[in-house]
Design a binder for this molecule. Structure first.
Ligand code: NAD
Length: 345
């Protein structure tokens, strides 16, 4: 089934090359048959090329991405100067209509023995405050537009219900700030209520401010549910959730459209630990495993997930952020060893 499947891979910036190489090593060791097409992308290559391009994604990379069945994006640095190009992730989500960002949240007993979490964060990934509409009105006033459309909310609400049904979830928690953003979040919630009714799934609305404290105080209440929200709110909610699991280095992610998907770690390029061989490879390795499953290699996905869990729970060969002293490469080797053993069985 995987024969002939191609995935474009951008190694990215900061710790990107280290963790993406880990992911590629794991896939190779598991005998993945996916053809990997390596591509340039990100701000480091943009700087190297003289800061000339209008995008962090060179034209040749965009062409390669279009010709592949899926892509993998290592973490990339976004330069904050308004004249610099837009974020790679945001550009790709909009270009390929990858409107559902998925970030599964789960805990590991060894890291957080007092917590047992298992839920998913779903984020509308093409609109909201990431629409990229910002204006300087006067020297002293600047505005950003939070774009919410019915069509965008509807397709995301339907994708959320499909995820909930496929995973046996009974409830979707829609996160809004409808008491203040009455029109935009009113429209968003309306689509969720309709999609929930059609799918037979309960919709509970929670305001974003309350949500943040609930996630800190009693996150277990969300087990078995899908949390869903607009672009910026869910970026923040999911990162808080990752913090509750112990490290953002654990949170893997996909960006799903109707015919294409991009896989990535949820964390950024972590520039302060770049090149030190100490970043946690888990998020990138699991995102890569998910991509393998998406492209037809479900047995490889399962083996890597199970192997990674075993390495993390064992705790002897893990990186600093989850209580160990192993290097990125050592933790990767440990995952490879376990995954190969599982595939041999
Ligand atoms: P970050 O996720 O890069 O780092 C936040 C903290 O988590 C830092 O302390 C970092 O050292 C740590 N961390 C991150 N990944 C880790 C890993 N695998 N192992 C161990 N520790 C890890 O967030 P930031 O510092 O806000 O952003 C840095 C850059 O990354 C920015 O330019 C930002 O725009 C970009 N970014 C990109 C993405 C993406 O590519 N999807 C996502 C978030 C941030």
């Amino acid at each position: 089934m995987t024969a002939g499947k191609k995935a474009a891979v951008i190694r990215g910036d900061g710790i990107g090359p280290e963790v993406v190489d880990s992911m590629l090593r794991v896939l190779k060791a598991c005998n993945s048959q996916i053809e990997i097409v390596m591509c340039e992308g990100g701000s480091e290559q943009w700087e190297r090329n003289g800061r000339r391009d209008a995008s962090f994604i060179p034209d040749a990379t965009m062409k390669a991405l279009e010709e592949c069945d899926a892509c993998f994006k290592g973490p990339t640095t976004t330069i904050t100067d308004p004249k610099a190009p837009r974020s790679v992730a945001v550009t790709l989500r909009q270009k390929f209509n990858l409107y559902t960002n998925v970030r599964p949240i789960r805990t590991y007993r060894r890291i957080t023995p007092d917590k047992n979490l298992d839920f998913v964060c779903l984020r509308e990934a093409t609109e909201g405050l990431y629409a990229g509409i910002e204006m300087q009105i006067t020297d002293d006033v600047a505005i950003a537009i939070r774009k919410i459309t019915r069509q965008g909310s509807r397709r995301f609400a339907n994708a959320t219900m499909k995820w909930a049904k496929d995973h046996g979830l009974k409830k979707v928690v829609a996160i809004t700030k409808r008491n203040i953003l009455k029109t935009t979040d009113g429209l968003f919630l309306d689509e969720f209520l309709q999609a929930g009714k059609a799918a037979g799934i309960e919709i509970e609305e929670i305001y974003i401010d309350n949500m943040m404290q609930q996630l800190v105080v009693r996150p277990e209440q969300f087990n078995g549910t899908a949390l869903a929200s607009t672009n910026l709110f869910m970026d923040i909610v999911s990162e808080l959730a990752a913090g509750v699991t112990g490290s953002v280095g654990l949170m893997y992610s996909s960006n799903m459209g109707d015919n294409y998907a991009m896989f990535e770690a949820a964390h950024g390029s972590a520039p302060t630990i770049k090149g030190q061989n100490k970043a946690n490879p888990t998020a990138t390795v699991l995102a890569g495993a998910w991509m393998a499953g998406y492209l037809g290699e479900r047995h490889i996905q399962d083996a890597i997930f199970s192997a990674t869990e075993q390495v993390i729970e064992d705790g002897r060969v893990v990186t600093f952020d989850i209580g160990g002293s192993a290097s990125t490469a050592q933790m990767t080797d440990a995952i490879i060893e376990q995954a190969k053993a599982k595939l041999r069985k």
